[in-house]
Design a protein around this ligand. Structure first.
Ligand SMILES: Nc1ncnc2c1ncn2[C@@H]1O[C@H](COP(=O)(O)OP(=O)(O)OP(=O)(O)O)[C@@H](O)[C@H]1O
Length: 372
């Protein structure tokens, strides 16, 4: 049995269409409430929306009226200083969902609130203000201004705000330096690689210092080394600068590196939302499980996932105790220290299981795979 299957057996998932209830203290930075985005002939969209509003089953209403649901009844919250990754296959509705957050797409039903303020209720001027000051977006394709240099592209948002040139350029150069682009500041976008263009796009948004960042696959065109470096930098700067972020990715490994929580979309629905470990070890559906390989689950297993349950008597005497959420490297360190076995304890300090060297070696043996 796989690690996920073992964990799933212990705690069966209960999610059909996931509704996020994990609201922290105070007003969330972003609240998405019963959001639907339907596409099709306008009369059919209106009829389907009326049926859903009146309590009809959403999937039935969509089918009956021949419309397409890019986003189907999604509710979630993003807490302040949280990084939420939205994951899903191509066409699952990730971009459409996220574009509602800064009003680039208008909902058919339901809505989005930023700091408690409804985005749908904002005038065109208020929306522009929201996008230039509070909610910055980094797109998959950087869409840089072709006739502006890198530096001029990055200073653009500050120019719109009327900041003096010296201040704009100082701030822009700071971000260009952090993103390894200082040498490229006088170049034009056509002279840059795809990865460099993405980094300029990122710098252009970060320099305006928005509270909320929306990122649509911002690192997809980067080579693996720069990508890893930027993922780590991104998390550090979000923490340092108190940013809230919604980050779209196809890539589970990327989500594991950057996310506090992951929301998984399938066919417009949010089918599961939870911590990376929950999504990995207790996938709510087969489609969610398919995002991770068995090797990935094994590498991210924690002490509690591997622990053998207590039996009556016969447990090896374990001097070292590890919390159930101790990651695998910590478990290995303890066993490398010469311990034959460690006791795994829950949050209250109660021993819930044991881990011996043989169990961990067997686990790693499967993670390594067969010889070529
Ligand atoms: N303006 C539109 N009119 C009709 N259908 C649309 C429109 N915008 C999006 N869609 C459809 O909605 C679905 C979701 O699109 P969306 O771009 O949100 O998916 P995605 O998960 O972000 O995909 P990708 O990972 O490929 O970017 C797709 O089937 C798309 O064709």
């Amino acid at each position: 049995m796989t690690v996920a299957a073992t964990a799933a057996a212990a705690e069966p998932p209960s999610v059909e269409a996931a509704t996020d209830t994990a609201v922290g203290a105070g007003i969330p930075a972003i609240a998405v409430d019963g959001l639907w985005k339907l596409f099709g002939p306008s009369r059919a969209v209106r009829a389907a929306a009326t049926a859903i509003r009146q309590g009809a089953d959403g999937a039935r209403a969509v089918a009956d009226h021949g419309v397409f649901a890019a986003v189907a009844g999604v509710s979630l919250t993003v807490r302040r200083r949280e990084i939420l990754c939205v994951m899903g296959l191509s066409g699952s509705g990730k971009s459409t969902l996220v574009r509602h957050i800064n009003g680039l797409v208008a909902p058919t039903l339901g809505g989005v609130r930023i700091d408690g303020r409804a985005v749908e209720g904002l005038s065109a001027d208020q929306l522009r203000e929201l996008r230039t000051t509070q909610v910055g977006m980094v797109f998959q394709s950087a869409s840089l201004f072709p006739h502006r240099t890198v530096l001029e592209n990055v200073t653009f948002g500050l120019e719109v705000r009327g900041l003096p040139r010296a201040v704009r350029e100082e701030r822009a150069r700071d971000w260009l330096g952090r993103l390894h682009l200082r040498d490229a500041e006088d170049r034009f976008p056509t002279e840059l690689s795809g990865g460099m263009q993405q980094r300029v796009g990122l710098a252009r948004t970060l320099v305006t210092d928005p509270d909320i960042l929306l990122l649509d696959e911002p690192f997809s065109a980067l080579d693996p080394i720069i990508r890893r470096d930027l993922q780590a930098q991104f998390v550090t700067l979000c923490r340092e600068l108190d940013k809230t972020a919604v980050f779209i990715t196809h890539d589970f490994e990327e989500a594991l590196k950057v996310a506090d929580r992951i929301g998984v979309m399938v066919g417009g629905r949010l089918v599961q939302i939870g911590t990376p470990h929950e999504i990995l070890m207790r996938p709510a559906t087969e489609q969610v499980a398919a995002f991770a390989t068995d090797g990935l689950r094994r590498r991210h297993a924690r002490a509690g996932d591997l622990a053998r349950p207590l039996t009556t008597g016969g447990e090896p005497a374990a001097r070292t105790r590890l919390p159930a959420d101790a990651p695998l490297p910590v478990v290995l360190d303890a066993l490398c220290e010469g311990e034959a076995a460690v006791a795994v304890v829950d949050a209250a300090g109660r021993v819930v299981g044991h881990l011996d060297r043989a169990t961990v070696l067997r686990h790693l043996r499967h993670a390594v795979g067969d010889p070529d």
